[in-house]
Design a protein around this ligand. Structure first.
Ligand SMILES: [Zn+2]
Ligand SMILES: [Zn+2]
Length: 127
């Protein structure tokens, strides 16, 4: 992948906002620093970063595509109130594919585990 300052900034924004932002969210933040950037550029760069395995693309959480700076195995918790996505440690349910194989003989190529609920922040404001 060619070096691009825009891409560097997109990646930096993603790392500084570990709530798994959508492309629109990244765009809103970047606009302040880089007023000339377009949403299409943000989309294209995020997709390229994901294709190159530098970041993770998560779909199927709430209908929009979120981007994750972490490519290590972990799960996600999505808050149904604020739509922020939090990381859940892999240790919560380690090696699900292995357990699946042991119990059913099925070999999984991928496994999407996600949790839904109200995050700590929203729970605090709710009470
Ligand atoms: Zn929340
Ligand atoms: Zn994550």
């Amino acid at each position: 992948m060619k070096y691009s300052r825009q891409r560097e900034l997109i990646l930096k924004t993603l790392r500084e906002n570990p709530v798994h932002p959508t492309a629109d969210f990244v765009y809103e933040l970047l606009k302040k620093e880089l007023p000339s950037i377009s949403l299409a550029t943000v989309y294209r760069n995020l997709n390229q970063l994901a294709e190159n395995g530098i970041i993770n693309k998560i779909s199927g959480l709430d209908g929009s595509v979120h981007f994750d700076h972490s490519i290590h195995p972990h799960y996600h918790f999505i808050c149904t109130k604020c739509n922020k996505v939090y990381d859940v440690p892999y240790e919560v349910a380690p090696n699900p594919a292995e357990k699946l194989y042991e119990q059913t003989g099925l070999t999984a190529e991928s496994c999407d585990v996600s949790f839904k609920g109200i995050c700590k922040e929203c729970r605090k404001n709710f009470n």
